[in-house]
Every structure is written in structure tokens, then in C-alpha cells.
Design a protein around this ligand. Structure first.
Ligand code: NAD
Length: 360
């Protein structure tokens, strides 16, 4: 099969890590008989320098015409880069919001995986982490309190602010379906997280999720209150497979989930919409402090490419092959600087990419 991939290297370490993911995809293409056709696009600071805008309409159109998008990262050094002084809508990060909106992406998927080989990086005690866990947070991305009506006013001399958290059943239904579909490709358990003891939106959320669950009898569904979930992630992370939740709860829980793995350079992510097209990117930023030094860990981006194969192209075998190759290189003791520990071998970005390719 032929697949058209829009590659957006971006800024900082972006071009280095995307180049390694491309090598890995090419190898998968050769071994499994697929053709990946790439179109390189500009976004973020690189696009500002070339066009004055973080994402042009033409670039967005090309991304829409692709089968999927693989992104490195965008942005310069916080407070120091030349892009930092620009108005917010012209800064590199504005390109991210624009592309997510333009591609209609409402489902954010952030896996939290503790590789047994990196168990020492986990800030939790080993009796809690059990040396490995693998769950994923499915977060609604375009609704809820971040997009609801808000106002700040002075009422009888007192300053007052109001945010509203609207959700309709269609918004809940479509994200719930993604969560169940994702669970089907994993261990078939969805834990839907809400605050149904207080919020009306959460009661509707629970009701709609239980209706969608009937279409997926093979997937086990449980419900959990968000405050309890925040505790359970640090108490017993391996109990989770897929955590499904609304925008703000997901924002907080997915950051908590990343932190308990202890290695930001290892965490991929995906944003999905109605169709098969998705935006795949590492969870970390553009790391300008180490850009151009062959120090960046490319694994988060390589695992993002694996997610692209699984969720956008339905190439499960190929996705698993990439994940296994990463695991084997870790087993052999090779580490980039960010995940280095005693008795392991320090290698750079390119060598990490090459070693993963060699395992495929
Ligand atoms: P960051 O994630 O870029 O870096 C935080 C720390 O982690 C740094 O010390 C960095 O060297 C290290 N790090 C990150 N990724 C690494 C990797 N793959 N390998 C090794 N070390 C790695 O966060 P920051 O410094 O707060 O932000 C830098 C820029 O990235 C900012 O402009 C920010 O807006 C942007 N950003 C972009 C995205 C995105 O494109 N989705 C996400 C977050 C931040």
C-alpha cells in the first residue's frame, strides 16, 4: 500500500528526531512492502521565518490532503527566542492550535508507558509501579470549560469571573467511540473519568458513555471520579488500560500520567478526528537547549510513527514491530542522555535511530 505522510519537522530538535522516525518508517516500508511518500511542510518558527505566519493556509491544505501528519515540535527557547516577542497568534505554538482545529482533531491520545528497562526513572516506588505499566489517556480536545462561555465582571464592587463547561451528547459520543476503538486494540478496558457526584456535564458524560459501551460488549467499562483517578495513577498505575475523560480533566491527568513514567523523551502522542487522518507527535517540546547536538532522544517520535501505523493505517503488525525494536535496543543497554543510568551505553540521536532500524 501507498501512504502519503505530511512530515513537519518544526523547530529545535524537531528536524533531528523526525529524520530518525523517517528512517524507521522507510525500513518498515522495505520489510513489509509499503510505500511511504513524504511531503515536508513548515510550521512554527521555521514557517514564521519563511512566511511570517506559524501555519499558512497552503500548508494546512497540504496536511488535509495527506493520509496522516507526523510532527516533531515547534517553538524556541522560552523567553529568549526571537519569536517570543511576537503577538500570541503569530508565535510558533499558535501553529499547533491552528492545525489541530483545521484538521478537526477532537481526540487526544497520550500513552503512559513505563518500560521495564527504565523502571529506575519512575518516581514511584517499585512496589507501586510494579516495574512496568502501560495505560493511555484519551482526552476530549475541543469542548468543555476551555471552549465554554466566560466572563469577568464587577458586581456590586466585587470582581467576579465565570467559566462554563458545556458538552452535548454528540461530542461525548464521538470521543467515547474512539476510546472503545482504542481499547479494542489494547487490553479492552475503558475507565471513564468524570465528576458525576457534582457536575451536570459529568452526569450526561456517564450516561452517554454507558450507551456507547453497549455497542462494544467485548470491552469492559468502569467509571471513576476524577479526584480518585488522580490518586489511583500514583497508587496503582497498572490497574488502567484506557482512561477516557473530558478536556480539562484530561489535560491534568495526562500530564500526571507522563510524569510517573519519568522519561519525557519516550512518550508519543496522537490527535485524532472523525476519519483516519491523525496528527502524531512526541509529548515533549522542541528542547532548544540541546538542538543540533545529536543529544535528543528520538524514541518518542519513533513511537509516534508506530501509533500512526496502528491508528491511521491499521498496520498493527508493523506498529508492534517498531515497539519491539525500541524495546530490544533498550534491552541491549543503549541510552540517549536523558534516559542514561549506570551500566548503560550513551549514544546520540542518529545512533539510536540506526540501532532501532537495525532491529527491524
Ligand atoms: P521541552 O519539552 O522542549 O524541554 C524540557 C526539558 O526536557 C529540556 O531540558 C529538554 O532538553 C528535555 N527534552 C525534551 N525532549 C527531549 C528529548 N527528546 N530528548 C532529550 N531531552 C529532551 O519543554 P520546554 O523547554 O518547556 O519548551 C521548549 C519549547 O518547546 C517552547 O517553545 C515550548 O513552547 C515548546 N513546546 C512545544 C510543544 C509541541 O510542539 N507540541 C510542546 C511543549 C513545548
Amino acid at each position: 500500500m501507498k501512504y502519503k505522510i505530511a512530515l513537519i519537522p518544526g523547530d529545535g530538535i524537531g528536524p533531528e528526531i523526525v529524520a530518525e522516525a523517517r528512517k524507521v518508517l522507510d525500513r518498515v516500508g522495505t520489510v513489509y512492502g509499503h510505500e511511504f511518500l513524504y511531503e515536508e511542510l513548515l510550521m512554527g518558527g521555521a514557517s514564521i521565518d519563511a512566511t511570517g505566519e506559524p501555519l499558512t493556509a497552503e500548508t494546512l491544505q497540504k496536511a488535509k490532503e495527506s493520509d496522516s501528519v507526523l510532527l516533531g515540535a515547534v517553538g524556541g527557547a522560552v523567553g529568549q527566542s526571537k519569536w517570543y516577542e511576537l503577538p500570541p497568534n503569530l508565535r510558533p505554538e499558535a501553529g499547533l492550535l491552528k492545525i489541530r482545529k483545521g484538521l478537526g482533531l477532537f481526540c487526544n491520545l497520550r500513552p503512559a508507558v513505563l518500560f521495564p528497562q527504565l523502571k529506575h526513572a519512575c518516581p514511584l516506588k517499585e512496589e507501586i509501579s510494579k516495574g512496568k505499566f502501560d495505560f493511555t489517556v484519551v482526552r476530549e480536545l475541543t469542548g468543555g470549560v476551555y471552549f465554554g462561555e466566560r466572563k469577568t465582571e464587577i458586581e456590586k464592587g466585587i470582581r467576579k469571573a465565570v467559566d462554563t463547561m458545556p458538552y452535548d451528547e454528540n461530542e461525548i459520543c464521538r470521543i467515547a467511540k474512539w476510546a472503545f476503538e482504542i481499547a479494542r486494540k489494547r487490553r479492552k478496558q475503558v475507565c471513564s473519568v468524570d465528576k458525576a457526584n457534582v457536575l451536570d456535564t459529568s452526569r450526561l458524560w456517564r450516561e452517554v458513555v454507558s450507551e456507547v459501551a453497549k455497542e462494544y460488549p467485548d470491552v469492559q467499562i468502569t467509571n471513576m471520579l476524577v479526584d480518585n483517578c488522580a490518586m489511583q495513577i500514583v497508587k496503582d498505575p497498572s490497574q488502567f488500560d484506557v482512561i477516557l475523560t473530558e478536556n480539562m480533566f484530561g489535560d491534568i491527568l495526562s500530564d500526571e500520567a507522563s510524569m510517573v513514567t519519568g522519561s519525557i523523551g519516550m512518550l508519543p502522542s496522537a490527535s485524532l478526528g472523525e476519519g483516519k487522518l491523525g496528527l502524531y507527535e512526541p509529548s515533549h517540546g522542541s528542547a532548544p537547549d540541546i538542538a543540533g547536538q545529536d543529544k535528543a532522544n528520538p524514541i518518542a517520535t519513533i513511537l509516534s510513527a508506530a501509533m500512526m501505523l496502528r491508528y491511521s493505517f491499521d498496520l498493527e503488525k508493523e506498529a508492534s514491530a517498531i515497539e519491539d525494536a525500541v524495546s530490544k535496543v533498550l534491552d541491549q543497554g543503549y541510552r540517549t542522555m536523558d534516559i542514561k543510568s549506570d551500566n548503560t551505553i550513551l549514544i546520540g540521536t542518529k545512533e539510536m535511530g540506526d540501532r532501532i532500524v537495525a532491529q527491524l
